[in-house]
Design a protein around this ligand. Structure first.
Ligand SMILES: *[C@@H]1O[C@H](CO)[C@@H](O)[C@H](O)[C@H]1NC(C)=O
Ligand SMILES: *[C@@H]1O[C@H](CO)[C@@H](O)[C@H](O)[C@H]1NC(C)=O
Length: 256
């Protein structure tokens, strides 16, 4: 028995780094993350050498992960190229309401960095009931392999939209229908003609973009500084279908 265990352990240790970033291993990471937040046990994530909340260094053992939250909805991205994940969590029915976006980065198969944007009452158009209502009606299905966009196309869609806030001449791959969920506010009216091209502020540089890209669902999440370096901690997540924008979810931290 002991010999077998030793053999299995050395087999794990000898497996190449690439095998540690399979889609299924990343799905295990996001499942563990959701369970951690559900139970208030940061244990599985304490291997992280960097932990931030709203872009500020924080203590993972006393932060949001140490509070059990009644999760109504979660959806994750798995980026096998960067060994990274992104998860959107909505808590609409607990004693406090939250919409949380978390990027996790692995190093040598181990969770090394956890960054969360935690929005609640007081943040940009915050309404978890609304977020839950609209998010759960959208279909972020797995895209058939032959129809998938490349990482480059997906990232370019995000960049074009983010660039638009500081350059009105940018060519954005608008799709129809398309809906924006910003805090708890929704632009979609359920019509085939719904567009996301319904105006953005101008003169707002969106910088320090950190991407997590999942080609299987045509989606990229970006953590950004909204309005220049050190601006508001913000997450913009984009789903594209056939190269065109289909859904956009944003959360922006405004407190403090
Ligand atoms: C998270 O999402 C997955 C996939 O939709 C679901 O199976 C799971 O039950 C969810 N977990 C929680 C705590 O809601
Ligand atoms: C939050 O969203 C729900 C669902 O769309 C809506 O019924 C409610 O009025 C909203 N609350 C506020 C304070 O806007």
């Amino acid at each position: 028995m002991r010999l077998l265990a030793t053999f299995l352990l050395s087999a794990v240790a000898a497996s190449p780094a690439i095998a540690q970033c399979s889609y299924s291993s990343l799905q295990q990471v996001t499942a563990n993350y959701v369970t951690s937040q559900l139970t208030g046990d940061p244990g599985p994530l304490t291997s992280a050498t960097t932990y931030t909340e709203n872009f500020k260094p924080a203590d993972i053992s006393t932060g949001i992960l140490a509070q059990p939250l009644r999760i109504d909805h979660n959806r994750s991205l798995h980026d096998t190229t960067q060994c990274a994940t992104y998860t959107e969590i909505i808590v609409a029915n607990g004693p406090a309401q939250y919409v949380i976006g978390t990027q996790i980065r692995l190093l040598d198969g181990v969770v090394n960095q956890v960054d969360s944007i935690i929005t609640t009452e007081g943040d940009w158009i915050f309404n978890a009931t609304g977020t839950l209502y609209y998010a759960s009606r959208e279909d972020w299905f797995t895209i058939p392999e032959a129809e998938r966009d490349t990482r480059e196309v997906i990232q370019a869609g995000a960049d074009a939209y983010l660039d638009l806030f500081n350059d009105p001449t940018v060519d954005v791959p608008w799709g129809t229908p398309c809906a924006r969920l910003e805090g708890g506010a929704y632009t979609g009216r359920g019509l085939p003609t719904d567009s996301c091209n319904v105006g953005v502020p101008s003169g707002v540089p969106i910088v320090n973009r950190r991407y997590v890209i999942d080609e299987t669902v045509g989606t990229v999440d970006t953590f950004v500084d909204f309005n220049g370096p050190g601006g508001r901690p913000d997450s913009h997540e984009f789903r594209l279908e056939k190269g065109k924008l289909r859904y956009i979810h944003t959360m922006t931290y405004m407190r403090g």
